[in-house]
Structures are given as C-alpha cells and as structure tokens.
Unconditional design. Structure first.
Length: 67
C-alpha cells in the first residue's frame, strides 16, 4: 500500500496499491510505521528506514494528524 501526495490531484492524499518512485518513502514493520504516523515513534529510530527526502517526511508528519 502506498500513500501519495500530489499537487495536481483533487484529493491531496490518496491510498493505493502501487510501486512507484516517490520523493520520500518510509520502510519498516507495519507496527512501527503506524507508530511513526501517529507520532509515537521517531521516523529515524532503529527498524524504520527513510528513503529520499527526510525533510519532506518531517513536513508531512507535522501537517497531517492521525489521531
């Protein structure tokens, strides 16, 4: 599953099954990824990997609230 944010899309964030190049991607066990999204785990913690622009991930996490 992938979450993508596109400026040209009518929906800024959409979820879909895809394997495509992105500005930033986060890898890890599902539990760790959910903790990152909910702000309960540092995305730079051991077991979580950031590929690409980590600053963009920081901006996204600060702007989006899931919980």
């Amino acid at each position: 599953m992938a979450a993508t944010a596109r400026k040209s899309s009518p929906r800024p964030i959409c979820w879909r099954r895809a394997h495509e190049k992105a500005a930033v991607a986060v890898r890890g066990p599902l539990t760790d990824l959910l903790l990152v999204v909910y702000g309960r785990r540092d995305p730079r913690a051991e077991g979580v990997g950031i590929l690409g622009d980590g600053r963009l991930l920081d901006v996204w996490l600060n702007l989006v609230s899931f919980g």
